[in-house]
Design a protein around this ligand. Structure first.
Ligand SMILES: Nc1ncnc2c1ncn2[C@@H]1O[C@H](COP(=O)(O)OP(=O)(O)OP(=O)(O)O)[C@@H](O)[C@H]1O
Ligand SMILES: [Mg+2]
Length: 275
């Protein structure tokens, strides 16, 4: 007789989640609502310029925590890469890529897929190769610097912006558009040299209303939980909590934890006591 292992028992007690990943902070939903005007503003800039293979205008995406900035730009960059073969759109998380070297490296990896041995290359070498590649191949480069306030020093921040924004001054063929993403006013940190060439279109991401938070959380429950695994009344409490915290992530995390507790108990429903 085959003996059951602890792993088999864990499999059998999965009663709540269709897909746990939908509730983690890394999860990027495939579709999203309530950000149409921001999405359209960015798309208009891209379509209008990229259809003629011109550099789009620089953009600055601003708004509080969890207002869909990263979600929106990642979706749009994904589409731009798919639609325009001569466009390379690179989304860079500055929380994990804090130095100018790391930022250039992420761009380099996008442009030189398959040939990414960078050992021995200095920051300058990497930048130089990026610029030459986009000029020779007539590529339009879009760079999103997400959480740009996390770049480790003002020097690194200004170096990156200066070098990317002014590269066309040494080679007219270079086309680079910068998208900053932030929840603070960062223009203040930019040197005069940067400010004079960075005149972005600002796209504001306002906080979600109570109803919008409700619809996002409800939809996530619908996608990620089995039918009947959570009652409307409980969802309503979570929506209220997320709204009061001003952070949709907190609401999703709360459902995740309660779901794990319910599942651990072998319960088929998330109840108040699981929070
Ligand atoms: N319109 C939406 N539809 C569905 N889910 C959303 C929506 N907006 C936000 N979310 C959810 O909230 C999470 C946070 O969104 P996102 O990472 O885009 O916020 P952000 O504005 O970049 O926040 P931060 O300033 O903290 O980086 C997403 O992972 C997603 O799960
Ligand atoms: Mg973000």
């Amino acid at each position: 007789m085959i003996q059951k292992t602890i792993w088999d028992s864990i499999e059998e007690t999965q009663t709540i989640f269709i897909e746990k990943d939908f509730f983690t902070i890394e999860y990027i939903p495939e579709t999203f609502k309530h950000r149409d005007s921001q999405r359209d503003r960015i798309l208009y800039n891209l379509k209008d310029r990229l259809s003629f293979h011109k550099r789009p205008y620089h953009m600055m995406l601003n708004g509080a925590y969890g207002t869909g900035k990263t979600l929106t730009i990642k979706h749009i960059f994904h589409e731009a890469n798919r639609k325009f073969p001569k466009v390379k759109a690179v989304h860079i998380n500055c929380k994990t890529n804090k130095s100018s070297y790391q930022i250039y490296l992420r761009i380099y990896e996008k442009l030189f897929t398959g040939k990414i041995d960078t050992s021995g290359l200095s920051t300058f070498d990497i930048l130089d190769r990026i610029i030459k590649k986009i000029a020779h191949r007539d590529i339009v480069l879009l760079v999103a610097l997400d959480d740009i306030g996390s770049v480790k020093s003002s020097k690194d921040l200004n170096d990156v912006l200066y070098n990317l924004l002014r590269a066309h001054e040494t080679d007219k063929r270079v086309k680079i558009a910068i998208f900053t993403v932030t929840n603070e006013n960062i223009l203040f940190f930019f040197d005069g040299n940067v400010q004079t060439v960075f005149n972005p279109i600002e796209v504001k991401f306002p906080k979600y209303s109570y109803d919008e938070i409700g619809s996002i959380i409800r939809e996530r429950c619908h996608l990620g939980l089995y039918d009947g695994a959570i009652d409307d009344e409980i969802i309503e409490d979570v929506v209220r909590y997320a709204y009061d915290c001003g952070d949709i992530r907190k609401g999703l995390a709360r459902i995740y934890k309660a779901g794990l507790n319910a599942e651990y108990e072998g319960c088929h429903k998330i109840l108040k006591r699981h929070f």
